[in-house]
Design a protein around this ligand. Sequence first.
Ligand SMILES: [Zn+2]
Length: 677
Amino acid sequence: MKVPRTLLLAASVLALSRADARSDTPAGLLATVEQFDHLTLGNAVLVGSMTVRTGHLECKISGGHAAPVLAGDATVGFFFEGRGEMQYVSADPVEAPVVIFNAKKASSLKPEKTDQGVRLTDKFTRLLWIAQGEPLPALTGTASTPLTASFTAQREMFGRFRSAPLSYDYATQRLDAPAKALVRVEMDGGSDDVIYRRSDLGDGWEGLAILRPTESRDPEMRKFTFQTQISRQPVQRDRRDPPNPRVVLTDVDVDLRASGGTEASMTVVEALVPIGRPLSVLRLNLDSTIYTTFGGNLTKRAERLRKVTDEAGRALEFVHGYDETLIQLAEPAAPERPIKLKFEIDGDFLVSPAGDSYWELGVHDWFPQPSLAGQLYTFHALVRVKKPFVPFAPGKTIRRTTEGDENVLETRVDKPICFAVILAGRYTIYEEVKGGVTIRVATYALDNPRAVKQLANLTGSIIQYYEEFLGPFPLPEFNIIEINDIGWGQAPPGTMFITKEAFNPIMTAHTGQGGSRGVNARFAHEIAHQYWGTVVKMPSLEEQWLTESFADYSAALFMKAYKNEAEYKAIVSEWRGLSSWADADEIPISLANDAAGLNRFDLRYGLLYNKGPALLYALHKELGDEAFFTFLKSYQKSFAWKFGTTKMVAGLLQYMTKKDYMPFFDKYYWGTEMPKN
Ligand SMILES: [Zn+2]
């Protein structure tokens, strides 16, 4: 049989109009998700050679069979089986080293440097192309045998990818931004199983990822495939600028009741502000499945969203799964005006690590929240837990009391924060007011008065030191909570989680030289996060050095003042040593988290906790003490309770010194060079 001559030219030539693609009456959220969850195929035809393009992706088909893909009655893409080759170019010079690093370490794709950027190529024998808000190629030709069986196998295979299904993306697009482009291309049969995605729904971006099986032996995890993002480049946006959120969460009011076991129920009332344009469908992160290990086995817990109501009391249509929720508003909400939604949630989501007598609703999405750039909320919590558990929440204590068999806590934070956490456990509290700040030390299970007093004193000294150049301590109360584990700390607003060795009086004598920084430096790092993280926030993980590197540098400054110059010099040389050990010149500090997907946590550690502070050391040396401390102080003041960016760091330095600092950060922060002095 003769294959018809190229009926399919470049996508832009022969195309369905956008109106055709949306010719069905817009269905509601649930119906739309349902349609995209059950895509169907139209009649298959024989196709000759054709090229389809979108963004920086080009797929050259040599020949095979293709069929239109339908969601409900609307054609939303096409499915192809045959022979083809794809080519993708990452044109963003900042991510070039990451693309090469990730492709080499995690895929069989061979990255190639070209004048246009880094090029990745692969062959495919199957391709699914779903595009909305941009034209689709028309499929005409001689009828061929149905592709249904192959399509079913393809959907099953890519459906194992553990992330929100494509229906979440396309339902949001269809109902909230039908004119904006959203493209997804899945390819297999080459050296890797590849997913390309491009979205203009929020800040434009496009990227390429490969799917891989898990390394876990757990049967539950082995059901899924996971992605390694090889490239993710901004479209018509400078990645040095902070992302623009679709909505900003401005107030959170939590009413939580915990059982004595794993069950809890809560009502969360949130104020959300749509940005830029009216909002019809709200997409937020919200845990749905929580995995926990117990006795070496992975167990699954559920957090269930039961009901969402708006301010008028109307129950809204929503979906909740894959740790996300989509909510369809009763009518589009006007931009720049807050809307109020009430979420009713329950489930067995109180997880006690290793069966210890505490649970933590930590820095994950235990209540509905937008991406980092949209988290700027005041916070109110009313927490009820069964005795003898003692609850903790950030902010000023309004009341801490007992009602029947429950311990009750009510707190409030008047300043905009992110990462609010609630924790409860079998704790003993020691409380002291120092310099106007209530320092509360909570020890786990066993009372240790000597260590506790010592830690309260240390905290007082650190706060006093920071107040000299970072401003008044940001919150009226500070909870230091012991965690029954070893070797880590974490610092959400008004809180420090710190593992048990910090409470051991013998170990507190050891301070940070050589491989492990001592308790003093670790405390100083975690307390510094109340400034770097809570007062000045990071708008995305690309700016995480503003929290981690700045906190670590502040801690080193404390060690210099509290101990001596030698202590500080030892920390500086440790930063340098660990930077080179972790190959921290392979990718930029700004993209430290993009190597973590490859389990290269050593590299992330090398970049954010060593090379980043070493860069601040170089800056300090160049500016001298007076200018450097003025810089830290002014930055804290100018960006108090807002998002900071490195671009604004450069701007402030330029204002202070009349020297352009962008080349400095282009070299060491967005580039891969190591600071020399
Ligand atoms: Zn930290």
